[in-house]
Design a protein around this ligand. Structure first.
Ligand SMILES: NC(=O)c1ccc[n+]([C@@H]2O[C@H](COP(=O)([O-])OP(=O)(O)OC[C@H]3O[C@@H](n4cnc5c(N)ncnc54)[C@H](OP(=O)(O)O)[C@@H]3O)[C@@H](O)[C@H]2O)c1
Length: 263
């Protein structure tokens, strides 16, 4: 199936590794003109080289920390200079902080909100004028299964990932008449550095091994295993493609069945 990516102008924020990187790589493979965004120039250069080796095309890279208030201006300058219009924005920055409720102070809450919600708000707000000039423009945010099935000891990201669904739904309605679609992908447990780091920490705390920790968490997933980043990225790539032209305001769980709610 041709997903219609040839020549599509694409910014993926949070693309030096993990799910954002996998989505960017697939979009390059489909013929998109992609810029990878993250905080680390070294990681971005390595990520672009890896995509170039797999697909024969080297994506652009752009260093930007989207938790900083000036990030919007920086992203806008990037798109203004490179294309003057934008077809796809993927916002893949976010994560959880493991803690009981009582241990989280205001600063921890605000920091996680900045990481999970404001990072996307800043990117969307800055790039909206360019998306309005794009072809079949689409935004995909990265939520999490936690929004529909809150995890124990992750209260801040449970709340903020639910907020991201609210943001996605609201923007989808507000932007609909401009032609911009807005959707979200809610990953379940996915083997990225987020989980390899967590497994190392938990193994040290529990006098266990990272493998045993991961096996325990995998056991709770109906499909019985973690996702690979590529398996989540498929949902992102499809929702951002012109093939999904009548889908907006939706959150697609790609979670191996872990969120068991009906809605
Ligand atoms: N993995 C999971 O199990 C899982 C589950 C549910 C939801 N999710 C969600 O899926 C999304 C992607 O997760 P992931 O597992 O792929 O994460 P990851 O492997 O930790 O990758 C995160 C990416 O974001 C970049 N990044 C981090 N902070 C940034 C910032 N302030 N500004 C710009 N770039 C930044 C990182 O690169 P630099 O270090 O170079 O900045 C990296 O490229 C997140 O929203 C996460 O909450 C993941």
């Amino acid at each position: 199936m041709d997903l219609g990516y040839r020549g599509r102008r694409i910014v993926v924020v949070g693309a030096s590794e993990g799910i954002g990187h996998a989505a960017a790589a697939q979009m390059v493979g489909e013929g998109g003109d992609v810029v990878l965004v993250s905080r680390s120039e070294n990681k971005l250069a390595a990520a672009a080289d890896a995509i170039s080796r797999s697909h024969g095309v080297k994506p652009g890279i752009f260093v930007c920390d989207v938790t900083q208030s000036g990030a919007g201006d920086e992203l806008a300058r990037l798109v203004e200079t490179r294309w003057g219009a934008l077809d796809v924005l993927v916002s893949a920055v976010g994560g959880s902080v493991r803690s009981e409720f009582a241990a989280l102070d205001d600063e921890a809450w605000l920091s996680n909100y900045n990481f999970n919600v404001l990072s996307t708000v800043r990117a969307v707000r800055a790039l909206l004028p360019f998306l309005k000039k794009g072809n079949a423009p689409a935004i995909v945010t990265l939520g999490g299964a936690a929004a529909k099935m809150p995890y124990a000891n992750q209260v801040a990201s449970n709340v903020h990932k639910a907020g991201l669904i609210g943001l996605t739904k609201t923007l989808a309605a507000e932007f609909a008449r401009t032609g911009i679609r807005v959707n979200s992908v809610a990953p379940g447990r996915t083997l990225t550095s987020l989980w390899t780091t967590r497994a190392d920490t938990l193994a040290a705390e529990q006098n266990s091994t990272p493998e045993a920790v991961l096996a325990h968490f995998a056991d709770e997933i109906p499909l019985g295993r973690f996702a690979e980043a590529d398996e989540i990225a498929v949902g992102v790539v499809w929702l951002a493609s012109p093939r999904a032209s009548y889908i907006t305001g939706q959150t697609l769980n790609v979670d191996g069945g872990i969120a068991r709610g009906l809605l």
